[in-house]
Design a protein around this ligand. Structure first.
Ligand SMILES: [Zn+2]
Ligand SMILES: [Zn+2]
Length: 79
């Protein structure tokens, strides 16, 4: 198995330690090529943010990043 971005070799035993699969397209990506995307989920008592590992191709564009900041602000509280 190889990272689909940089071609680094990935060992099966290191799954979820050194590498993971993109949450959307499921391609293998190493630590260094992993991007993260925060999504809002509704929990039992309150909303929470879950962080999903995604590949570069599935990384949200800037517009979404701004929305993501809003989510972070909501959680941490703006000063
Ligand atoms: Zn890589
Ligand atoms: Zn992807």
């Amino acid at each position: 198995m190889k990272c689909s971005k940089c071609g680094r070799e990935l060992k099966e035993k290191d799954f979820e330690v050194m590498w993971r699969r993109c949450s959307f397209c499921k391609i293998p990506i190493c630590d260094e090529c992993t991007h993260y995307m925060a999504v809002k989920r509704r929990g039992l008592y309150k909303e929470y943010v879950e962080t999903l590992p995604v590949c570069e191709k599935c990384t949200p564009k800037k517009k979404v990043d701004e929305k993501l900041l809003d989510i972070v602000d909501e959680i941490l509280g703006k000063d």
